[in-house]
Write a protein that binds this ligand. Structure first.
Ligand code: AMP
Length: 139
């Protein structure tokens, strides 16, 4: 049974949207609360709640669609740059638990930032966590 997330309802036409693009695996439309003009959401049709749970086919389709949409958005808006943001989990700022990518154009006059406070990589921590992640990758 298909889970009916908010985005599934948009994909199925139950909730209106400004649709931009659709193929077998993905659907793109304008964000209802844009950070800038042309702020777009690229959504996998598969209603995976986070990217680590997305199937290889859907992941490949999203990867293929991102540059296509980004090019079109850049050309249509005249943006000088853009950010691609993808949240996973409520604690990471995800409000709709259905895999989606934000494509957010940046203009000369744009004020929005995605600044964070970087710290230096601790060598001991880096060795430990790199080893743990490599182990997980090899499982
Ligand atoms: P996130 O916080 O990463 O889960 O992003 C969810 C995004 O969905 C937010 O930027 C919302 O503005 C957007 N959103 C929520 N409802 C709608 C809707 N009905 N149509 C278009 N975008 C929506």
């Amino acid at each position: 049974m298909t889970e009916h997330t908010l985005f599934t309802r948009i994909i199925e036409g139950e909730i209106p949207c400004y649709k931009l693009y659709e193929n077998e695996h993905v659907f793109a439309f304008l964000d209802i609360n844009p950070l800038s003009k042309g702020h777009t959401l690229l959504v996998s049709k598969e209603p995976a709640p986070s990217i680590d749970q997305l199937s290889p086919n859907s992941a490949a389709a999203v990867g293929k669609a991102l540059p296509i949409l980004s090019r079109a958005i850049k050309e249509a808006t005249g943006a000088i740059a853009y950010n691609i943001i993808q949240n996973n989990g409520r604690e990471a700022g995800m409000t709709v638990p259905h895999v989606h990518f934000h494509i957010i154009p940046k203009y000369v006059e744009s004020k929005h930032t995605f600044a964070w406070e970087p710290k230096s990589l601790d060598a001991t921590e880096a060795e430990t966590i790199a080893e743990a992640i490599q182990l997980s990758l090899n499982e």
